[in-house]
Design a protein around this ligand. Structure first.
Ligand code: FES
Ligand code: FES
Length: 174
């Protein structure tokens, strides 16, 4: 059975017909060619497929695409689109924070093979959107759903700490 869905992906309105059993991950990768969102476990454990949906992160490998009808989705490719959007829904990620998170991952070498990095970036973005001053324990707890098989966790935690420092510095009142 197929159904028509309409949603916003990285700032673009999208209208497509999908099979009702089709997952959001396959919709993003196969229908829209957004291959930045990765797949490994397919059962909601590794965090590689983490995307931003209506202000929170979801595992795209668990969610039927029809459940995203009407939603606002951002994938790791969405930063440029978000920067160019004059206005976006209140639930959209802050483009400057997103930029800082990505730069901090590079600066702190929070990526090795890079396969887990899109999911790590989206999770870090959601953490810092809610809590700009996380403790190390809070960072480790929040990022626990994102597995890195290169075991680069120390650098990933440092990258999130660095992004938090920079974000707070930009918003410090003088
Ligand atoms: S591929 Fe979705 S959580 Fe692992
Ligand atoms: S950087 Fe390789 S899996 Fe995380």
């Amino acid at each position: 059975m197929a159904e028509r869905i309409e949603l916003t992906v990285n700032g673009q309105r999208v209208s497509e017909t999908v099979e009702t059993h089709e997952l959001l991950l396959d919709f993003l990768r196969r229908h829209l060619g957004l291959t930045g969102t990765k797949e490994a476990c397919s059962i909601g454990v590794c965090g590689l497929c983490t995307v931003w949906m209506d202000g929170r992160t979801v595992s795209a490998c668990l969610l039927p695409a029809v459940f995203a009808d009407g939603a606002e989705i951002y994938t790791v490719e969405g930063l440029a689109a978000r920067q160019n959007q004059a206005s976006a829904a209140a639930t959209a990620p802050d483009p400057r924070l997103w930029e800082i998170v990505q730069e901090s991952f590079v600066e702190c070498e929070g990526l090795q093979c890079g396969i887990c990095t899109p999911g790590q970036v989206m999770s870090a973005l959601s953490l810092l959107s809610e809590n700009p001053q996380p403790t190390e324990a809070e960072i480790r707890h929040h990022m626990a759903g994102n597995l890195c098989r290169c075991t680069g966790y120390q650098s990933i935690v440092r990258a999130v700490q660095r992004a938090a420092e920079r974000w707070r510095a930009e918003h410090a009142t003088v």
